[in-house]
Write a protein that binds this ligand. Sequence first.
Ligand SMILES: *[C@@H]1O[C@H](CO)[C@@H](O)[C@H](O)[C@H]1NC(C)=O
Ligand SMILES: *[C@@H]1O[C@H](CO)[C@@H](O)[C@H](O)[C@H]1NC(C)=O
Ligand SMILES: *[C@@H]1O[C@H](CO)[C@@H](O)[C@H](O)[C@H]1NC(C)=O
Ligand SMILES: *[C@@H]1O[C@H](CO)[C@@H](O)[C@H](O)[C@H]1NC(C)=O
Ligand SMILES: *[C@@H]1O[C@H](CO)[C@@H](O)[C@H](O)[C@H]1NC(C)=O
Ligand SMILES: *[C@@H]1O[C@H](CO)[C@@H](O)[C@H](O)[C@H]1NC(C)=O
Ligand SMILES: *[C@@H]1O[C@H](CO)[C@@H](O)[C@H](O)[C@H]1NC(C)=O
Ligand SMILES: *[C@@H]1O[C@H](CO)[C@@H](O)[C@H](O)[C@H]1NC(C)=O
Ligand SMILES: *[C@@H]1O[C@H](CO)[C@@H](O)[C@H](O)[C@H]1NC(C)=O
Ligand SMILES: *[C@@H]1O[C@H](CO)[C@@H](O)[C@H](O)[C@H]1NC(C)=O
Ligand SMILES: *[C@@H]1O[C@H](CO)[C@@H](O)[C@H](O)[C@H]1NC(C)=O
Ligand SMILES: *[C@@H]1O[C@H](CO)[C@@H](O)[C@H](O)[C@H]1NC(C)=O
Length: 856
Amino acid sequence: MWSLGQYTIISTLVLLLQPYVAVSSPSGATTHLSPNMQKLALFQIKQSLSINACDHVICVEERLPSYPKTMDWSMNSDCCKWNGVTCNQTTGDVIGLDLSCSCLEGSIPSNSTLFQLSYLQTLNFRANDLNGILPERIFHLPNLKQLNADGNFNLTTILPKINWGSRSSLQMLSLQETTISGGIPHSVGYLKSVTIFSLSSCKITGLIPKFIGNLAQLTELNLNYNNFSGPIPDSFANLQNLKYLSLRDNKISGQFPTWVASLTQLKFLDLSGNFLSRPLPSNLTARCLPKLMLLNLSYNLFNGTIPSWLFDLPSITRLFVDHNGFTGQLNEFKSSTLLTFNCANNLLSGTIPQSLSKLASLISFDISYNNFSGVVKITTLNPNIVDLGLASCKIMKIPHYIRSLEKLRYLDLSNNQIGGEIPQWIWKGSLNQLNLSYNYFNGGLQHLPENRLIFLNLQHNKLKGSLPASICNSSSLEVLNLSNNNLSGVLPVCPRSLNYSLAVLDLRMNRIRGSLPSSLSNFRELKSLNLYGNEVEGTIPLSFAKFDNLEVLDLGSNHLKDTFPQWLEALPNLQVLILKSNKFHSTINSLSKIQHPFPSLRIIDLSNNEFSGPLPAKYIENFKGMMNGDANKIESIYMGNSYYRDTVKMVIKGVELEFVRILTVFTTINLSGNSFEGDIPESIGNLKSLRHLNLSHNHLSGHISSLIGELFMLESLDLSFNRLVGVIPQELAGIYTLSRLNLSHNDLNGHIPVGTQFQTFENDSYVGNLALCGPPLSKKCKREFIEMQDEEDEDADYFFSGFTWEAVVIGYGSGVVVGFAVGYIMFRTRDPKWITGIIIKKIGLKVRRSEIRRFF
Ligand SMILES: *[C@@H]1O[C@H](CO)[C@@H](O)[C@H](O)[C@H]1NC(C)=O
Ligand SMILES: *[C@@H]1O[C@H](CO)[C@@H](O)[C@H](O)[C@H]1NC(C)=O
Ligand SMILES: *[C@@H]1O[C@H](CO)[C@@H](O)[C@H](O)[C@H]1NC(C)=O
Ligand SMILES: *[C@@H]1O[C@H](CO)[C@@H](O)[C@H](O)[C@H]1NC(C)=O
Ligand SMILES: *[C@@H]1O[C@H](CO)[C@@H](O)[C@H](O)[C@H]1NC(C)=O
Ligand SMILES: *[C@@H]1O[C@H](CO)[C@@H](O)[C@H](O)[C@H]1NC(C)=O
Ligand SMILES: *[C@@H]1O[C@H](CO)[C@@H](O)[C@H](O)[C@H]1NC(C)=O
Ligand SMILES: *[C@@H]1O[C@H](CO)[C@@H](O)[C@H](O)[C@H]1NC(C)=O
Ligand SMILES: *[C@@H]1O[C@H](CO)[C@@H](O)[C@H](O)[C@H]1NC(C)=O
Ligand SMILES: *[C@@H]1O[C@H](CO)[C@@H](O)[C@H](O)[C@H]1NC(C)=O
Ligand SMILES: *[C@@H]1O[C@H](CO)[C@@H](O)[C@H](O)[C@H]1NC(C)=O
Ligand SMILES: *[C@@H]1O[C@H](CO)[C@@H](O)[C@H](O)[C@H]1NC(C)=O
């Protein structure tokens, strides 16, 4: 038993001993602690780290048990029985420490007693919140075989340039999703025993070091999600034991490495998401890669034809060549092992190959978005097929064999030329995701299946008639997109009897009539309700206050006639509220009953209505979602999807699908085209992350508050067509992000402020203010010697500055928000020209060249 006194004495002893017990001095001499001292050393590690919430994302996602393992470490018990501790049973020395998913937070200082545990062979800190730097001393531990610190997102490691105490023993080094500072030093080339080396998502830049090819024992090499550029070194040909190689999502260029043919043990090869180009070698033979099961070449720049050896690989089960520039016809291919094949988004041509019928094990294939002729030569398919992607294949009729695929769960026939009624059998099968959008289906929608179907996309067809009442009986449906059809009739009144799963209901651009039934709120799971561009009339039911999950409410362009629906202020998740172009009227009473009204709102558009009275100052004061000026932080995170945050996100059968996505940085207030009067509330200066403000075409009076100058992220400001007086506050010129300004048609006077952008705006920004003077207006001010400043801030602007608020709304209006286009598609296709084209075409914006450049 340990008394407190003894404990203090020993801990003092440890401190005194410290210089002598320093592990593995450069000469290699090592002093070892007795088992009791090791226990004390462990205990001090426990004390130096704090216990955090047990919700680390890795542990949650991988469903690993997560609990504070060190919590019950007590000096009164045998440390070899402590949670996470392994000892050598003979000697009692501590040889293993597994503190993965242990809810730990804090740093490991370089004088940590951890480094005294010289017998340590395995050390696992995976999925905690360790931060500060991981001291180099960890690599001096002389017996270390395995080190895992994956998923300590704020942990930085500097790999030692010399002195790996563990040089000959280290077998596994895994530092995924931490930061490696200083790159991979040459010393790594001497870790002869390493079999598993994983530096995935470590923010490493530069060439892939050649000396990694010296690690001949490697079986697993994972360098994905970094920023490696240049070619894959030829020295990798030495990695004869390699089974798993992933270089996915870097900036690697060059050709497909032909030396792959010498890696005969290879099972998994992922080169996707790089800039590899040129045709694949045609002289490889399938025999070279007898064990290869997965080959992922997606999202590269490969061209030429797809060589036949890909289909002859004896063990291949999953083959991805999508999103490249492959041309030609698909070779006659057959493979009895292939389960998944994806060649979508290439330039393949000819008929849809009959040889698909010969792939006897195929359960998933996607040939969407190629240049196939529309002629389908397939006569049969493996009846066990589960996923089938035939989008944009110029198909004119639903292929008949689809009817017999009894296990089909996912079917994408979108973007074809199929007309007629939707066949009834399609509702009877086992489908849970169906995409028939962008076709010419007409006729009515009779019966939606009551269960199974989760996702149904029928947008952009010619469907008519009313919404089927059977929607009220569907408990499985989560996403229903019927936008851009010719549906009429009224919204169904559904009883409360069922537990509805519907999360997205998109009826935009139809001819739905009648009023909003208050029973709509029985769809408690709704996150996005979009009725934009219909003929809905009447008022917004009070029951909408029950939509706890609602994030997007778009009722724009209808015939609603109501006062402002104040009861929506309590919706905790509402981010987008669009009531534009209706007949909403009267004063908005923003003296709300709750402390934080509209806590999540980021886009509000009440334009073109008949609102009157003062601007809703109390609301503006409280828009929390527009205040936290942390949007820059979001932009600076490069990895993954983080340019924007998902709003409606769901997992369907293990596949995460994302629907309406709203850029976190798209913060917009549009109250234009009403009869608001009075001053612009000063509290608007609080909305630090506001990007777009449009108060034009109202009856606003008074001065422009200089506090608007505090909106340091503002990109567009439109106050035109009001009755504003006084001067343009000089502070406005300090908003460096401002790229669009309209102050025209007011009663402003005095100098146009001299500042970075204020002279770059055109006359139009200022006309109609008789007493304004100075450039760019031709009217000279009386005394003028204010220096012009350079335009050097032009490029210091950030990523999303080409968007006006219109872009937001239209982008949002087109549903898969512009953010989706920019963030996701750009990340995926890396085809800036294309995107810019799309955005500009879609939105019809005039974008300045410098802005286009700044997008990328
Ligand atoms: C335990 O220690 C003994 C004696 O040093 C050694 O022979 C044995 O290999 C060790 N066992 C492990 C699992 O390290
Ligand atoms: C480590 O050093 C810090 C000061 O740098 C000191 O406060 C701490 O007590 C030391 N810890 C140990 C275990 O020696
Ligand atoms: C990383 O550190 C920052 C500031 O030190 C903190 O705000 C953030 O929550 C940390 N992130 C994680 C994942 O621990
Ligand atoms: C990636 O590397 C390129 C040079 O190859 C560099 O310009 C860029 O800043 C790097 N990006 C990140 C996120 O490190
Ligand atoms: C293949 O790569 C693409 C792009 O990186 C990725 O989306 C896909 O999930 C990968 N497939 C597999 C099976 O890893
Ligand atoms: C394939 O041809 C390339 C040159 O085009 C050559 O470098 C490579 O060694 C050849 N590979 C095999 C397996 O023959
Ligand atoms: C492949 O692309 C390169 C340019 O990246 C081009 O020079 C070459 O002709 C293309 N080859 C084929 C077969 O299309
Ligand atoms: C698509 O195929 C047609 C012939 O079917 C051909 O004329 C056209 O050039 C091809 N388009 C592309 C982009 O390869
Ligand atoms: C459905 O088809 C449309 C049109 O081809 C496409 O944009 C969309 O991504 C497809 N998938 C889903 C999940 O909507
Ligand atoms: C919904 O289900 C109920 C009970 O099964 C049934 O009586 C009713 O006819 C169904 N309604 C529709 C529109 O299918
Ligand atoms: C929509 O349906 C109506 C009749 O219900 C028809 O007059 C109109 O032309 C249709 N519109 C379109 C775009 O098909
Ligand atoms: C529904 O379809 C429209 C196009 O008609 C699309 O813009 C929108 O993104 C889709 N809605 C959802 C929620 O995916």
